[in-house]
Ligand binder design. Structure first.
Ligand SMILES: [Zn+2]
Length: 57
């Protein structure tokens, strides 16, 4: 887990879907401690954004 990244990027309380999408995109680049939830994956798909790969392929 990328502790430094998490300390610098706390998930906002009551984050909007938009904030969660942004957070997970950045998170997936920096750290793989958790996978992207389906709700965020669906939003990425809706926006035509390729989902970042989950952890090690
Ligand atoms: Zn993480």
């Amino acid at each position: 887990m990328n502790k430094e990244w998490h300390e610098a990027h706390p998930m906002p309380p009551n984050a909007t879907l938009d904030q969660r999408v942004s957070w997970h995109i950045e998170h997936a680049k920096a750290c793989a401690c958790r996978s992207i939830p389906d709700s965020v994956l669906r939003e990425l798909e809706r926006r035509g954004i390729a989902a970042p790969s989950r952890g090690k392929v």
